[in-house]
Design a protein around this ligand. Structure first.
Ligand code: FE2
Length: 236
């Protein structure tokens, strides 16, 4: 039986409010206007491994900024943006789907999607990752791309070719696998696609370790970090 992202990360999804990953913020982190006692706030999901666990391919310093500053920043921004609105206390995925392409909700969408995307990215990697999947996922990749190496080349080409900030994904849509690129905060779950694996290609993901060598970062992601067990668990 497959295990969904919501099983692995139950607080992120619809069973919990948007804030899904809820709990109490410390007083210093609360919005300027004190929320009522029942106010629900999103908390930064825990990393599935230690910050230094992906070294030498992603340094602890990169993780401390990427997770501790950037991911935390999206969480903080979203809490402020939704406070007192119809999105306050709603499931994160619902907020993402209701705000995609809604011009006056762009800030809510961008921050909500970035919270989701980053959590998915942390799970798309593991210490000692890389290699290749097995079973049904490998069969589907070979059927779609010809060989696993051909898939890796296509994924790397998409990642390197993403102009500016964004993401590259392996997704499932209508039973088929696809490699897709999303721009800035955009996310496959806003477009009816099932995310299987992602690599963050914003510069903040790799610049401290690789400077401008995005290709080397993406190769390390594929060869040494990709969590294929997690990707396989997302298949429908
Ligand atoms: Fe990022």
């Amino acid at each position: 039986m497959s295990v969904s992202f919501s099983d692995i990360y139950p607080l992120l999804l619809a069973t919990m409010p948007l804030t899904g990953l809820l709990g109490s913020l410390k007083a210093a982190d609360k919005p300027d206007i004190a929320p009522p006692v029942s106010a629900i706030v999103l908390q930064l999901p825990p990393l599935p491994y230690a910050q230094e666990a992906l070294e030498p391919f992603i340094s602890a310093k990169t993780m401390s900024f990427h997770y501790g500053k950037h991911h935390q920043g999206y969480v903080n921004n979203l809490n402020k943006l939704v406070f007192g609105t119809s999105f306050d206390g709603r499931p994160l995925e619902e907020t993402i789907r209701k705000t995609v392409n809604v011009v006056d909700q762009a800030a809510v969408f961008n921050n909500a999607a970035q919270v989701w995307n980053h959590t998915f990215f942390w799970h798309s990697m593991k210490p000692g990752g890389g290699g290749q999947p097995t079973g049904r996922l490998l069969d589907m990749i070979v059927e779609t791309f010809g060989t696993f190496d051909a898939f890796k080349n296509a994924f790397a080409t998409a990642a390197v070719g993403q102009f500016g900030s964004g993401w590259v994904w392996l997704v499932q849509e209508d039973g088929m696998l696809k490699i897709v690129k999303t721009y800035i905060a955009d996310t496959p779950i806003a477009h009816g696609q099932t995310a299987l694996l992602t690599c963050d290609v914003w510069e903040h993901a790799y610049y401290l370790d690789y400077q401008n060598r995005r290709k080397d970062f993406v190769q390390a992601f594929l060869d040494r970090l990709a969590n294929w067990e997690f990707a396989a668990s997302q298949l429908k």
